[in-house]
Design a protein around this ligand. Sequence first.
Ligand code: HEC
Length: 156
Amino acid sequence: MKSVLKAAGSFMGVVALTLSTTAAANHAFNNPEKAVEYRQKAFSLMQNNFAVMGDMVKGDIKFDGQEFTARANDFAALAGMPWVGFQQEGAKPGDDSDALPAIWTNWDDFMKKADQFQNDAKALQQAALSGKQNDIRKAFMSAARNCKACHDSYKD
Ligand code: HEC
């Protein structure tokens, strides 16, 4: 009897654990609007850092290796952030989102593009650290191609 209770007890423990994990996942955002806002803010911060690097690559502003590296570091970190905002139940397109429904019907492709993008952002970070202008320019162009490639299919 005791061992049955014990078994039941540990089973309940597992159930409790599973439930709390699910609860945590559901409450990563208070509601779908928050998830949409989160991903849009992440894209916006990304874009801001990318634009400064772009201006340096194009020569619109003077190239500053230290500034470029700092931006590339932030950019690489930010590149990993928007995606969790697409995983929230209900955070689908509405008035406040430019995300296309195709994202959720082509989820694997969308995530593949997100992964490729993060790899290219890391490569840009490495190139920035190397300080080699040619490598930096090439890595920047590769990273830039990801934006359009994904937006063409998945952003309004
Ligand atoms: C794998 C797909 C993907 C990649 C890669 C990607 N984006 Fe986006 N981006 C999206 C989607 C989807 C949205 C729409 C999000 C929404 O409104 O819910 C978006 C929205 C944006 C927005 C608008 C944010 C706002 O305030 O509403 C900006 C700016 C942006 N992206 C910039 C970029 C830049 C710059 C790059 C490349 C350096 C990039 N994105 C790469 C999918 C992507």
